[in-house]
Design a protein around this ligand. Structure first.
Ligand SMILES: Cc1cc2nc3c(=O)[nH]c(=O)nc-3n(C[C@H](O)[C@H](O)[C@H](O)COP(=O)(O)O)c2cc1C
Length: 346
């Protein structure tokens, strides 16, 4: 199968311009390793795990790539800025572990002051024996954020996350197609960092369409939840399989039920619409819905469970190993790029 060359694949040394998004609660090192071994690049969305647990996880990654030598660990770790802000010392320790372990990429999103963490990753004295610092991926939900990340923060990669995305994102962010187009128009030229499209994708045909738009690659999240490797529960996976594109909604209700109130202004989340959203919208106190959520999660009741999902879910019909998902995406991307050439005639 032909490799697909973009600025992203060159930067990361991969064959397929597909990234598994950093999904807190939806990813783990097993999934990230499988995505990378399948030709793409896998991220782990890390919330506040103890630094020792992160170190242990990263040693699993090192064992999975026995021939690496001095090369960086070919996966990425993602953190959520506002959560890092709440526990500064613990956050620094986690970033130190990432740098010391020579992880290839660090993904940052949803912070009121993300730059402090970028700067910390670039200047911490941890990891002086590493061959280099992690590449910085910054997830953005507007053109303004993209300009800041590229021009001021010198991010290595911009992840343009559109409205269709699963999990958290901008409440008034335009569609992925519009956002990527706007960011590419605002960041022209060879010196601009690679821009990745994120949100609403289920297959390689869609990825290829973003490549022809000018994106250097695509981030898929929800698709990788439907793998045996993802830590999403069986009930959450079943819920996703049964969902249509119209089954999701953007809301803060799921966060209110969970008690996660710290998201920066303008951020909400896209998930499967269920009774939690109805209850919160109808004014039932958050604490009461929280009790139903705790019980629902224990009992496997999809109506009182949080299942983040992008709109691409309507095109997802099976659970299969991440490596097989990567192989299918690769085949579809190549086929679609070849097909698009037939549109040209002399
Ligand atoms: C379960 C879940 C958890 C997520 N957690 C994070 C996160 O911790 N940090 C982040 O930047 N994005 C997070 N996202 C967004 C993904 O990184 C990615 O941008 C998104 O899933 C792409 O949209 P898609 O799901 O439609 O493919 C999450 C998404 C999902 C579905």
């Amino acid at each position: 199968m032909q490799a697909v060359k973009t600025t992203l694949t060159r930067l990361l040394g991969i064959r397929v311009p597909v990234v598994c998004g950093a999904m807190a609660g939806g990813t783990n090192v097993r999934l990230a390793v499988e995505v990378t071994q399948g030709g793409g690049f896998g991220f782990v969305g890390a919330a506040f795990i103890p630094p020792e647990k992160l170190r242990e996880d990263l040693s699993f990654v090192r064992d999975s790539f026995p021939d690496l030598g001095q090369k960086p660990l070919p996966i990425g770790i993602g953190f959520i800025g506002w959560l890092l802000d709440t526990k500064e010392e613990a956050a620094k320790q986690l970033i130190d572990v990432v740098v010391e372990s020579n992880v290839q990429a660090l993904w940052l999103a949803f912070g009121n002051d993300l730059y402090r963490w970028i700067e910390y990753a670039r200047t911490t004295s941890a990891g002086t024996s590493s061959t280099r610092r992690p590449l910085i991926f910054v997830q953005v939900t507007s053109v303004e954020e993209a300009l800041l990340a590229a021009n001021e923060w010198k991010a290595d990669v911009i992840v343009a996350q559109g409205n269709e995305s699963g999990g958290h994102g901008g409440a008034s962010t335009p569609s992925t197609f519009t956002l990527v187009s706007e960011i590419l128009a605002a960041l022209p030229g060879d010196n601009a960092p690679p821009v990745l499209a994120a949100g609403g994708m289920a297959n390689g045909t869609q990825v290829a369409s973003y490549l022809t738009l000018g994106a250097a690659g695509a981030v898929l999240g929800t698709r990788f939840l439907l793998t045996p490797e993802s830590p999403y529960s069986d009930v959450q996976k079943k819920t996703l399989l049964a969902a249509k594109s119209g089954s999701t909604t953007r809301t803060l209700a799921l966060d209110y039920a969970r008690g996660t109130y710290g998201w920066p202004k303008g951020i909400d989340g896209r998930g499967i619409r269920n009774k939690i959203v109805d209850d919160i919208d109808s004014g039932i106190p958050h604490e009461i819905v929280r009790e139903k959520l705790t019980k629902g999660t224990q009992d496997g009741d999809a109506d009182y469970m949080v299942t983040w999902s992008g709109t691409g879910v309507g095109l997802m019909h099976e659970i299969k190993p991440a490596k097989d998902v990567m192989a299918e995406l690769h085949t579809d991307i190549v086929r679609q790029l070849q097909r698009s050439q037939t549109l040209l005639q002399d």
